[in-house]
Write a protein that binds this ligand. Sequence first.
Ligand code: NDP
Ligand code: GDR
Length: 376
Amino acid sequence: MEHKVALITGVTGQDGAYLAEFLLKKGYVVHGIKRRSSLFNTDRIDHLYQDPHVDNRNFILHYGDLTDSTSLVRIIQKVKPDEIYNLAAQSHVAVSFEEPEYTANADGIGALRILEAIRILGLTQKTRFYQASTSELYGLVQEIPQKETTPFYPRSPYAVAKLYAYWITVNYREAYGIYACNGVLFNHESPLRGETFVTRKITRAISRIALGLQECLYLGNLSALRDWGHARDYIEMQWLMLQQQQAEDFVIATGVQYSVRQFVDFAAKELGITLAFEGEGDKEVGIVQAVDTVNGEYKAKCKPGDVIVKVDPRYYRPTEVETLLGDPTKAKEKLGWTPKTSLAELVKEMVEADYNTARKDSLVKLAGFQAFDHHE
Ligand code: NDP
Ligand code: GDR
């Protein structure tokens, strides 16, 4: 049987790692683009790594960059993929205010570079293209909930760059008949989520606080509302979108919304900590109300009255997206999809993973090894 060939940009990221594993299980030959970095950046896919000296590999990595057309043309020419998943991006909204030009280049023009490579190389009838679009396009929301027809109003350099990528994908579909589609995905998280996105920042910090490795978690806007799903569920949709008769754009979301404050609360509860929030705006804090006990000892190393969450305005954004809530009806009807993981299950999985990592750190600290790191 001929194996299908997929090319994933951003294979070292959260979604790239889940998608690569998913496609390999489906029998694909998977090629991934990684960029050069001074430290190893393949942690999330190391379990899939295959020795280049072995014949018949089905997982192959190439150096390339979305800001470098020549690398993209070279790789696409060599691989001639049936499907390209364009997941690579400078994906942090707050960072995009600091690096707007780079974000435009990688996230906006990057998508164009791939589409042009498909065209130049004569692959318009062969290669299907998935663009990682985002609920950030809705920004200052014009309709609640947001669906495929809701007007866009981007609120960050990241979202503006992704708006270009969205429309260039639609344009190449209409102009050249490329099977190209946008998945407008709402926030999706997992234990593989980058540590500076709010959910992972919370599950990691709460775990460290519970083990006495850290005293306080500093956050920005606690009132922001998001529709959070699990990355594992969402990457399946990325694949399904490329398996249809006709290329179309889809919203992928759970249809349920929570605040950042609620997310903190759920994560703390997982570790037996009951929190109450007091104050307002910059002055708001999360105070420990109670801690579960085992044999009369507190389960977590914080005690009632401790302030373990504080608002730090440095995490506010110049223009904020206050509320996002998706309507995934079209995906349910046409792709037969419903998200499998609830927020409670997602929080549990993330806290468990971060607690285990923090436990290892705390054992190392107890044994005194960390002192050497700093003084040797
Ligand atoms: P991550 O930030 O975890 O991964 C981004 C990937 O892109 C990494 O592999 C990163 O490499 C790579 N990358 C960044 N810049 C470049 C570049 N210039 N050239 C080549 N590769 C680059 O993001 P996610 O996995 O969470 O998201 C995947 C995609 O989906 C992104 O495009 C994101 O914007 C979009 N999206 C994500 C949502 C979410 O909630 N997760 C929701 C909607 C859209 P490295 O590992 O070296 O940093
Ligand atoms: P978002 O995700 O901007 O929605 O983009 P993020 O987790 O960064 O922020 C979500 C909300 O939480 C608020 N917030 C904080 N955010 C961060 N990162 N750190 C904090 O300390 C903090 N405190 C409060 C934010 O202001 C925001 O309202 C993600 C990315 O994956 C994008 O690539 C993707 O396109 C969208 O989701 C959908």
